[in-house]
Design a protein around this ligand. Structure first.
Ligand code: UD1
Length: 416
């Protein structure tokens, strides 16, 4: 298993280009299951999770050509099964459920089970499909869904679930009649997916708001579309610039997608200004503490909570970080503490007392964003920080050590 070693103390400087968003590319590739015609998607990031979904789709008969710009064709679907082996490595495999049921009338998808950041059930995906007339059984750890043509329905999500909204939006695109998703998630990745579906001929309005209306059609065509930039990758580099006393240009990001973060970073004293193709980000002379509460978009993203916590470990006061989206998403706390951070967990919150310095230590990545927080802590720690289990990072950050090294960080990968 690869390791990354970071030697702290270099302020970041220069330009970084943001890759395509993992969380947009995954549902958009799954959407190709909805049509027999070829689709072409550009700005596909080079990530482990993309390889995983391609492997999953290929096992269903989907053909691919290209790389960054990928042609995807699901002319014939040869299998409607998403096996445990693939789903356990990537929960987002659940995104094939809606498209498979809508296109083939059946799906057998492994239940994702628990993961490092909480129980993460898929009950809302299942309930919505049932509301649309699917028969769903849970058997031997699998979701087994069958349906004739799905029927449009009024769906009320108990919580704004991102992949749940995406799954049901895809299913409803081929359903009979009108589906209205109430309390839908509003993330930019959902808007990207809706635009792709519309390009395929789907009738969708309201994506980006909490009510999405989909009028089903009988078939969809091919399309060409680009994946939006990854706001979480962009946010990770912005926080890194702030932590290291740096000044960088984050190129290719969409500033509106980053507003919750940008506002918080300005409150810490950072200067953030728009440039032609992104944001210029400059560290604060003195880092002020801020409180954070994670929320569904447009609130502060849970996927930046761990990175923001790393930042607050070296701020000038006390910060309360409340995690409201996922229980148990504080796995990074004990690792940051091993580097000298002063953090106490109180229920769903972490109380972070800024310290003057962090110290390099051997650490272990526990999930994707927790790993990123350890890289950030390593960038400012005195001495060397070793981050093992780097495969978590490779799931969601493209060439992370290359991008940081190009900004002046001292970082290397040790391949074993
Ligand atoms: C997506 C993102 C992930 C991000 C998360 C929250 C992708 C591929 N992943 O994950 O990076 O951290 O949104 O922004 O886009 N819930 C239920 N029942 C369900 C579904 C969800 O109770 O059927 C709960 C979850 O446990 C969680 C909350 O709803 O507490 C939100 O989760 P959800 O938005 O579904 O997260 P994901 O779509 O899995």
């Amino acid at each position: 298993m690869d390791k990354i070693v970071v030697y702290g103390g270099q302020p970041l400087a220069g330009d970084v280009s943001i890759s395509g968003a993992k969380n947009a590319a995954l549902p958009i590739l799954a959407a190709a299951l909805l049509t027999a015609k070829p689709c072409t998607f550009s700005n596909i990031p080079d990530l482990m999770d993309i390889k995983t979904i391609k492997k999953l789709l290929a096992s269903m008969g989907v053909r691919f050509s290209g790389d960054r710009t990928l042609e995807v064709c699901a002319e014939t679907i040869t299998s409607s099964v998403a096996p445990y082996d693939l789903v356990k490595t990537m929960r987002a495999s659940i995104l094939v459920l809606g498209p498979l049921v809508a296109r083939t009338g059946r799906a057998r998808v492994s239940l994702p089970g628990g993961c490092a950041i909480g129980a993460r059930p898929v009950n809302l995906h299942i309930k919505a499909l049932q509301d649309m007339g699917a028969k769903v059984d849970l058997r031997e750890g699998y979701i087994e869904a069958t349906a004739g043509r799905l029927k449009g329905a009024e769906i009320y999500f108990d919580l704004p679930t991102v992949t749940g909204t995406e799954n049901i939006m895809m299913a409803a695109a081929l359903a009979d009649g009108v589906t209205v998703l109430h309390n839908a998630a509003r993330e930019p990745e959902i808007v990207n997916l809706a635009d792709v579906l519309k390009g395929m001929g789907a009738k969708i309005s309201g994506a980006g708001s909490d009510v999405i209306t989909i009028t089903g059609v009988t078939s969809l065509s091919g399309t060409e579309a680009a994946i939006i930039p990854d706001r979480i990758e962009a946010g990770t580099f912005m926080i890194a610039a702030g932590m290291t006393g740096g000044e960088i240009n984050v190129r290719g990001c969409i500033p509106q997608h980053l507003e919750a973060l940008t506002n918080k970073l300005r409150d810490t004293g950072m200067t953030i200004e728009p440039i032609d193709d992104g944001l210029k980000v400059k560290a604060a002379p003195k880092i002020h503490s801020v409180d954070i509460k994670t929320l569904p978009y447009p609130g502060f993203p849970t996927d930046l909570q761990a990175q923001m916590m790393a930042y607050m470990t070296i701020a000038s006061g006390l910060s309360v970080i409340s995690e409201t989206v996922f229980e148990n998403r504080f796995m990074h706390v004990s690792e940051l503490a091993r580097m000298g951070a002063d953090i106490a967990i109180q229920g769903g919150s972490a109380v972070v007392r800024g310290v003057p310095k962090l110290f390099g230590a051997p650490t272990m990545a526990t999930d994707l964003r927790a790993s990123a927080s350890l890289i950030l802590a390593g960038l400012v720690a005195q001495g060397a920080t070793e981050i093992s289990r780097v495969y978590h990072l490779d799931r969601g950050y493209e060439g992370i050590e290359k991008k940081f090294s190009a900004l002046g960080a001292k970082m290397k990968r040790i391949t074993s």
